[in-house]
Design a protein around this ligand. Structure first.
Ligand code: PEP
Ligand code: MN
Length: 341
């Protein structure tokens, strides 16, 4: 909060009351009395004022409006750090000129099938392998993932192909095995506001890809990034994966406007997941291209050698040949926006 606008009829006593409140927070104030309005400019580290305290000031006698210039998230904010954050994962930079592509199945289904997919996406030019070992399924009767065994298969596929691995954590109790096998820890949409889990991944030395919550605002999303960063882990990657809207023709509504907006608000890299964003394989290619045109720092795309038989998300998974074609088609688009793929 930086500026407090007072109503014309505010009494001296009301002003004194507000100034006292600010003083108690160690802040100084500059009162400028105009003919129409009195404005209090707040000087000092206004991030110390919590949202609740800001609301209380807004509700105080005589206050017309409170304008916060300093964002409620600090570490994640572009105001705090001007330069883009670049995250180095086994020599691959996320947030630099080159756009990494994370590809692989929704879930790790078996050792050989994963190895086969990994080889194919690597040949197509992907730079990371994805695959869930712990799957957040809507139904408790659906395939829940292979757990630690799945993590081992991911690590084995990495050994074969050299592709670093991205996989989801759902439970802090799995942190030790996660640390052993994965290169990037994914926080899924359903856990974006699992604050205890966020603090746990904030305490480890491993990059975190934070997916946008099912119905989360950009501010809530950045506050979740702040949770992770507040514990010392500043290697956070944001992943837009679509939000729930009234539209049911697509699985979610992929909010590509979030990409340029986030580039203004934060220094963190922004990755787009068109697969979960649309839920239909034949819409994935155009939205991947649009994401790059919008300034995405990376893509995460579901690829499966046999989508018809996939344990999960087959309907949105690309076959390897189609993925390879898409990789080629994205190159000129990346180039047109000063990037490389
Ligand atoms: C996934 O990446 O497979 C996944 C479950 O994604 P989301 O959390 O975005 O639904
Ligand atoms: Mn999936």
């Amino acid at each position: 909060m930086d500026i407090i606008v007072l109503r014309p009829d505010t009494s001296e006593e009301d002003i004194r009351h507000i100034l006292k409140k600010l003083e108690s927070k160690g802040l100084k104030a500059n009162v400028s009395q105009g003919t129409e309005r009195t404005i209090i400019g707040v000087i000092g580290d206004t991030s110390k004022i919590t949202e609740e305290e800001e609301d209380a000031i807004r509700a105080a006698n005589g206050v017309e409006n409170v304008v916060r210039i300093v964002k409620p998230y600090k570490l994640a904010s572009r105001d705090f750090k001007k330069d883009n954050t670049e995250i180095n994962v086994r020599g691959i930079i996320i947030g630099g000129k080159k756009i990494p592509v994370i590809a692989g199945p929704c879930a790790v289904e078996g050792k050989d099938i994963l190895a086969g997919i990994a080889e194919k996406v690597k040949a197509a030019g992907a730079t990371f392998l994805r695959g869930g070992a712990y799957k957040p399924r809507t139904s408790p009767y659906s395939f829940q993932g292979l757990g630690e065994e799945g993590l081992k298969y991911l690590a084995a596929a990495r050994d074969k192909t050299g592709l670093p691995v991205v996989t989801e954590i759902m439970d802090p109790r799995d942190m030790d095995v996660m640390m052993e096998y994965t290169d990037i820890i994914q926080i899924g949409a359903r856990n974006m506001q699992n604050f205890r889990l966020l603090l746990e991944v904030g305490s480890v030395n491993k990059p975190v890809m934070l997916k946008r919550g099912l119905s989360s605002t950009i501010k809530e999303w950045l506050m979740s990034a702040e949770y992770i960063m507040s514990r010392g882990n500043h290697n956070v990657i944001l992943c837009e994966r679509g939000i729930r809207t009234f539209e049911t023709a697509t699985r979610n509504t992929l909010d590509l406007s979030a990409v340029p907006l986030l580039k203004q608000l934060t220094h963190l890299p922004v990755v787009v997941d068109p697969s979960h964003g649309v839920g239909k394989w034949d819409l994935v290619a155009p939205m991947s291209k649009a994401a790059i045109a919008a300034g995405a720092d990376g893509l995460i795309i579901e690829v499966h050698t046999n989508p018809e038989e996939a344990f999960s998300d087959g309907e949105q998974s690309l076959k390897p040949d189609f993925f390879a074609k898409l990789m080629q088609e994205m190159k000129p688009i990346a180039q047109a926006v000063g990037r490389e793929i």
